[in-house]
Design a protein around this ligand. Structure first.
Ligand SMILES: [Zn+2]
Length: 323
């Protein structure tokens, strides 16, 4: 897919999630131009992505900004990559389906024909977003909505998977972010303000292009989503597990595992492929000990062996993925 770059950004805490995204993209045609932006990775983690030729260093010193703030700087991160018609942002807590590349090609062609600047999935109405998340600090967003007299019945979009066909949009996102105080869901709120400023946006069906949150409420049936987004504001949809690589007891990654069995199985399928295919590269990057035994499942949960395995096999952890 020569005319398209696909990027995620990740800090050290989410490194393992980004590895799973990478693993899910590998068999698709989107793998050719996939990049990982450094949002605060450790040297060994950077070295792993660099060895794959997919690391994009931060455009300046990161300091300690939140990933939400760095994401809105997407324009500056991709400035040194090859110019592309399509710049696609994909959150690191996403897995794609094996048919993602093919489906994406059709979507990109449709956008080009319709001269659409940006595409994303609607989350809810803006007014519903404001009332549902009123417990969070989102006042700079509310103030901007009021000052600009923006309609509360307009769609509020999720920024986890976004296709940009306009560099001007990326610049506007960055510039407004620089001028707005940091707050909860920062990048997404700023994204929505830019959209509402009058941009031609294509609404992507979320069950296909950004399956998340309330989509997990029903037992899954039908077509597999192309983009499976492991996120929700509701705690019953996924659990956060602390995981580490063998031999690195102090390194703790946050791994989100879905409760819905159908999708959990897919997450483990991808995790197992990652473990079986990347051992050598992880050893070379210093993330795994060089003398790791063959066939060892090197992603470890810090849980007692008699506790049930996180893969929901029903077996104790010690007899399943710890073995
Ligand atoms: Zn297991």
């Amino acid at each position: 897919m020569k005319d398209t770059i696909l990027v995620t950004g990740v800090d050290s805490k989410f490194f393992l999630m980004a590895c799973l995204l990478y693993q899910s993209i590998k068999p698709t045609s989107a793998a050719e131009n996939f990049f990982v932006l450094d949002f605060g990775l450790k040297e060994e983690e950077k070295s792993f992505f660099r060895s794959k030729g997919i690391l994009v260093d931060a455009p300046g010193a990161i300091g300690d900004p939140h990933p939400w703030a760095l994401k809105a700087m997407l324009h500056d991160y991709v400035a040194n990559l090859q110019p592309s018609s399509n710049i696609i942002w994909i959150d690191s807590d996403i897995l794609v389906n094996g048919n993602f590349g093919t489906a994406l090609r059709g979507l990109l062609d449709e956008m080009a024909n319709g001269q659409v600047a940006v595409a994303a999935s609607p989350e809810m109405k803006t007014g519903d977003f404001v009332s549902r998340f009123s417990n969070l600090n989102i006042w700079p967003f509310i103030r901007a909505l009021t000052e600009r007299k923006l309609p509360l019945d307009a769609d509020y979009y999720n920024s986890g998977f976004v296709i940009f066909r306009s560099v001007a949009f990326l610049k506007a996102w960055r510039d407004l972010a620089k001028a707005t105080p940091f707050h909860a869901l920062f990048d997404q709120n700023i994204f929505n303000l830019v959209v509402q400023g009058g941009v031609r946006i294509l609404s992507l069906p979320r069950r296909v292009w950004n399956f998340h949150a309330s989509d997990f409420d029903e037992e899954f049936s039908g077509e597999e989503p192309m983009v499976l987004h492991v996120t929700s504001h509701r705690p019953e949809h996924y659990k956060v597990h602390a995981c580490g690589f063998t031999g690195a007891q102090n390194d703790c990654y946050e791994l989100r595992l879905l409760n819905a069995r159908h999708f959990l199985d897919y997450q483990f399928q991808v995790l197992e492929k990652f473990v079986s295919s990347e051992k050598a590269a992880l050893c070379a990057s210093g993330l795994l000990p060089p003398d790791l035994p063959e066939g060892k499942f090197f992603v470890e949960w810090n849980i007692p062996g008699d506790q049930s395995c996180p893969c929901q096999s029903g077996k104790p952890y010690a007899d399943c993925h710890a073995a």
